[in-house]
Write a protein that binds this ligand. Structure first.
Ligand code: AMP
Length: 131
């Protein structure tokens, strides 16, 4: 069965997409640790990130770098942190989290919620800065 991220990639379910190319996609995490928390995934569905071929993982990180630069232009923060968890969704991805302190990227923290309008506007603002 297709992963929930493949369903997003195939436009079978909605997401707040901030960047996309032929091989990768980035969209807002629906249960964010911080405003601008974004997931970056390869379109190819592989469960465990460290099973990706070398070239794919290298390109994923280059794509994530470009997404991080866009998030940083929109969300005030000290820097963008990157985490690999992958315990919930079996489709390789990295988390990009705007942070000011180490606790901002503590996955045990309660998640934030925003309105649909807020997510949509934030995704739009990040996407227009994506280069
Ligand atoms: P993990 O697999 O442990 O890295 O966690 C998966 C992440 O995906 C969690 O932070 C979820 O909030 C997020 N997530 C799950 N489903 C969706 C979705 N449909 N849209 C955006 N984010 C999602």
């Amino acid at each position: 069965m297709a992963s929930i991220f493949s369903k997003i990639i195939n436009r079978e379910i909605p997401a707040y997409i901030v960047a996309e190319d032929n091989n990768f996609i980035a969209f807002l995490d629906i249960n964010p640790l911080a405003e601008g928390h974004t997931l970056v995934a390869p379109k190819k569905e592989i469960d465990y990130i460290f099973d990706l071929p070398d070239q794919d993982i290298a390109q994923l990180f280059v794509f994530a770098k470009r997404v991080a630069q866009s998030i940083r232009k929109v969300v005030p923060c000290n820097r963008i942190g990157l985490s690999v968890i992958g315990l919930e969704v079996p489709h390789a991805h990295v988390h990009l989290v705007p942070l000011n302190t180490t606790n901002d990227i503590n996955f045990a923290k309660p998640k934030l919620t925003f309105t649909k309008e807020h997510y949509a506007e934030l995704a739009q603002r990040i996407s227009v800065t994506f280069k």
